[in-house]
Design a protein around this ligand. Structure first.
Ligand code: GCB
Length: 593
């Protein structure tokens, strides 16, 4: 699937703004055919945004179930005779859409795009009614999972990940037009050969019998550097300008579909960063050079709009990454908006790209350890059907993000149960699948403190070890000496595996403005001392090739005795102001200061 674009042959129209919106707690809208008329009793709702915090009503904030969105728009007059497509960048966690009276698409999974051709349901120049049934419940067959429990006070949505279950239409929605002969997919794989670069490509088309594919590669100044004809092939770029961390140099790869008579049927532009990624022993190599990750686990999380994408916050966050000297982040704990990855490509920021498989671990709940009364992997809980949903999430992630040079590593899950036979059986095929889908990038998963060295049975499948550890916070709380000893001992065990180790989370909740001379937990001083302790340990272990602090900024969670207005492990506050730790990290990471 190609992301909508305006090109010589394509036009798109954003469907953002205020839509009609209504909850459907009885789940009656589908059988009552609400999509056939203007939504009765509707409020208005911003798209893109999470619906949860745009209301003063607690029942809406915590709502789970069916919710309806509807808008009317005019199909551009000039689209007569074109193929017209309705495209959602995401809808959380599943959706069905109608155009006028016709059901056109359903999609499971809250963070990847989906679309449907709607040519036969609309007319250029006419109004079209677009209705979307979004459902935000989590169950044993959703990624992430959850369960709805009956309580004396009614039903409750329970889940095992530590961030608020924001939902709605979080990213742009588009109507776009192409010709009937069109490109449907482009894949690029880049290589290096001395000072030259290679760009291997494959394309897929539809309705294009007799048409020819032509490709042109241009440098950032627009000068042509290579061209070829044919649906697949390889281009060579002499004296290539490599994409590298801190140098987001992109070539423009234009794919053209040309008809018999030489007419341009379709044109699509794909940014290409020429770089290589490899693992060699305990080293993580980008362009053959050892790379050390500095940065964060992030969230898509902003006050008021929740997980709604904001270009303004995108810029602010990347400014802060640069300011602090971060060269990377992980898309914890779900695929981020495509605009984020495009920007990372352009900024030369390295990305660990994660699926939404978080909370597959009944040993954890909202950051608190302890039994949750369920078995993680069993026929009644996370089972073969869940694994197929997980596999589909991996397929969609790789399909969406395969061409981003910033993405150097797939993370197929965060902190699942990983010390049992059930976990081993569940994960082996998912690693195989990811490698089959993308043989060019390393694959890993993020290991939790509950499966310390040497108990983990899943890390054997990874090319890289990704560890989340909270020595000095959840264990040895406030005792950094004991924490340092225990952490180093465990890390030495992992180092003996001979794989690169990235510390994908370490962090301490910190209430901004709370100070303590004796470095008490929750104080700004403790967060700094905690990070210093971790860095001493990392600097003593050669196999550690990265440190990503948890978290970039404070973020919204469910309420709990461990959470003060959300998770406060941010190095920046939720409105992106620095805590003392931000200055300390900047001194460590900014080699140029
Ligand atoms: C973790 C999770 C992350 C939590 C964090 C915490 O291990 O991966 O989602 O927010 O711990 O703060 O407890």
């Amino acid at each position: 699937m190609l992301r909508p674009q305006d090109t010589a042959t394509r036009e798109r129209k954003p469907l953002t703004g205020l839509w009609r919106f209504r909850l459907d707690p009885a789940g009656e809208g589908r059988s009552a055919e609400w999509f056939k008329r203007p939504l009765a009793g509707a409020a208005e709702m911003a798209v893109p945004a999470s619906f949860n915090d745009l209301t003063a009503d607690p029942a809406v904030h915590d709502y789970f179930g069916d919710l309806w969105y509807q808008t009317t728009m005019r199909v551009p007059r000039g689209w007569n005779g074109q193929r017209i497509v309705l495209h959602f960048e995401s809808a959380t966690h599943r959706a069905t859409a109608w155009v006028n009276d016709a059901e056109v698409v359903s999609h499971e999974g809250g963070y990847t795009p989906f679309e449907a051709e709607v040519t036969e349901h609309v007319r250029a120049g006419d109004e079209a009614r677009i209705t979307v049934l979004v459902n935000n419940t989590l169950n044993w067959h959703s990624i992430p999972p959850g369960v709805i429990e009956d309580t004396p006070d009614g039903k409750r949505q329970v889940y095992w990940h530590d961030f608020f279950n924001y939902a709605g239409i979080h990213r742009p929605v588009w109507l776009y037009a192409t010709g009937s002969a069109h490109l449907t997919d482009i894949t690029v794989v880049t290589g290096l050969d001395g000072s030259d670069g290679t760009v291997g490509y494959t394309t897929e088309t539809s309705g294009a019998e007799g048409a020819e594919v032509r490709v042109v590669l241009r440098d950032a100044e627009g000068t042509e550097v290579a061209r070829a004809t044919g649906g697949s092939g390889e281009l060579t770029v002499q004296d290539v300008h490599r994409w590298a961390p801190g140098d987001g140099y992109l070539y423009d790869f234009e794919v053209q579909l040309v008809g018999d008579g030489g007419d341009l049927l379709d044109s699509y532009h794909q940014g290409v960063g020429v770089r290589t990624v490899a693992v060699d022993g305990t080293r993580f190599l980008i362009n053959g050079e050892p790379f050390y990750f500095t940065g964060f686990g992030k969230h898509e999380d902003i006050a008021v709009i929740g997980k709604g994408h904001s270009d303004a916050f995108l810029l602010r966050d990347f400014e802060l990454l640069k300011w602090i000297g971060a060269n990377s982040f992980r898309t914890s704990h779900y695929p981020y908006a495509e605009a984020v990855l495009d920007y990372a490509d352009r900024q030369g920021i390295v990305v660990i790209d994660e699926t939404a498989a978080v909370g597959l671990n009944m040993g954890i709940g909202g950051g608190i350890f302890g039994g949750q009364g369920y078995t993680t992997f069993s026929p009644e809980t996370v089972n073969d059907q869940s694994r197929e949903v997980h596999a589909q999430a991996i397929r969609e992630l790789v399909a969406r993000d395969k061409n981003h040079p910033s993405v150097v590593l797939w993370s197929i899950a965060n902190e699942p149960e990983s010390d049992t036979e059930g976990a081993e059986r569940y994960f082996k095929p998912l690693f195989d699948l990811t490698r089959q889908l993308d043989p060019t990038r390393p694959v890993g998963f993020v290991n939790v403190l509950l499966a310390p060295y040497p108990t983990c049975r899943v890390s054997q499948f990874g090319d890289v070890l990704m560890l989340n550890r909270y020595y000095g916070w959840y264990v040895h709380t406030g005792d950094l000496e004991a924490a340092e000893r225990a952490w180093e001992e465990e890390l030495k065990g992992w180092a003996s595996e001979g794989k690169p180790i990235i510390i994908t989370e370490y962090g301490a909740d910190t209430y901004p403005g709370l100070h303590a001379l004796m470095a008490q937990p929750w104080s700004e001083e403790y967060q700094v001392a905690y990070l210093d302790m971790n860095h001493r340990v990392f600097d003593r272990i050669d196999a550690v090739v990265g440190e990503q602090v948890w978290a970039f900024a404070d973020f919204g969670t469910t309420s709990g005795i461990m959470r003060v207005g959300g998770n406060k492990k941010g190095v920046f506050t939720r409105d992106r102001e620095p805590k003392a730790a931000a200055h300390a990290l900047r001194r460590r990471w900014r080699k140029d200061l």
